[in-house]
Design a protein around this ligand. Sequence first.
Ligand code: DQA
Length: 146
Amino acid sequence: AKLLVLHGPNLNLLGTREPSVYGAITLPEINQDLELRARATGHELSYLQSNAEHELIERIHAARNEDVNFILINPAAFTHTSVALRDALLAVNIPFIEVHLSNVHKREPFRHHSYFSDVAVGVICGLGASGYRLALDAALEQLAAS
Ligand code: DQA
């Protein structure tokens, strides 16, 4: 299967950005781990980090033409603001899992609402980088069952 991993704004700074909240792992480390895991089980995984909403939207549009089967997305701050990204995911009709490194529910109230959770297959938060790995496993299980 084909999987796409999307990372929203400021996640390029992982490793140095508020390490007490987001941990010490870097984005290239997370991506590489996911890519190796996907490849080891015969799947194809690509990824994109962007600080720009329109780039993420255009990547989602392209995913439909590439027949991407599943998306893992950490929309970062766009989680709490972006109707446009939500609409893009609904438009392409590709199932997705929402991932957050931190437990957004024990943080500021403005992080408690997500524009994605009610249309996601599932949501993982608060488990740090393990959340991406768990999301990948869950996505592969879903695809195997479908
Ligand atoms: C985040 C949580 C968001 O509230 C925040 O804006 C981020 C990262 C997380 O992974 O914990 O940038 O999505």
